[in-house]
Write a protein that binds this ligand. Structure first.
Ligand code: CA
Length: 225
């Protein structure tokens, strides 16, 4: 069965351009022209991926993103006319997995969509990775620290999986960029720092020791304290 994509975009011309292209590529598509309708659509018929415009009438894209994220880990690709790092960070804080800045070509959009699906779909046989008291199930994408379950977004999962497959190895920013964001995110972006911060917040609650360490000027390493 083809994957379902929910497109939330108020500009009809853009929405139709995306819809037609995605249908041509073999996806099932639902379009919502405002945030409220988008949220209802996502609740009634959970999509496999959401393409979400930032500037929407009524409930804006950021708010839609937050609400979607509070209920599911569906990959969210945000569309934005804004191209500032601060905006990206705001969107990432809201739980978006990726960004595309308008105007974009359909090929660019498809590259992002495929990348998000690739990350969301485990390609190899599921296994449970262990490091210290951290576990990560590559089949269900469930993470736990001790007995405590950890909720991860698609991108956070991918980053944690990369570290857990390479324990005690220093991963450079370049390697992380290449493996988790396998296209150029705009050079000076602080996206890795942002995601490492998210992972730390989620894996170090309630006084648990640090596992994800910064190696200054180089990158990061997963190791015992
Ligand atoms: Ca718009």
């Amino acid at each position: 069965m083809a994957e379902r994509i929910l497109v939330v975009e108020d500009e009809q011309r853009i929405a139709q351009f995306i819809e037609r292209g995605l249908i041509y590529e073999g996806y099932r598509v639902e379009v919502a022209y405002d945030g409220k309708t988008g949220l209802v659509a996502a609740r009634d018929n959970p999509p496999d991926l959401v393409i979400l415009d930032w500037m929407l009438p009524g409930v804006d894209g950021l708010e839609v993103c937050k609400r979607l994220r509070s209920a599911s880990s569906v990959p969210i690709l945000m569309l934005t006319a804004k191209d500032e790092v601060a905006d990206r960070v705001t969107g990432l804080d809201a739980g978006a997995d990726d960004y595309l800045v308008k105007p974009f070509s359909f090929d660019e959009l498809m590259a992002r969509v495929r990348a998000l699906f690739r990350r969301a779909t485990p390609s190899s046989k599921p296994e449970v990775l262990h490091f210290a008291d951290l576990t990560l199930d590559t089949g269900t994408h469930r993470a736990t620290r001790g007995e405590r379950p950890i909720d991860l977004t698609a991108k956070e999962y991918e980053l944690l999986e990369l570290f857990m497959r390479n324990p005690r190895q220093v991963l450079t920013r370049e390697v992380i960029f290449d493996r988790v964001w396998n296209y150029d995110f705009g050079g000076e972006s602080n996206i890795i720092e942002v995601y490492v911060r998210y992972l730390r917040q989620k894996t170090e609650s309630e006084g648990e020791g640090r596992l994800l360490h910064t190696v200054r000027g180089v990158g990061y390493v997963l190791r015992e304290e």
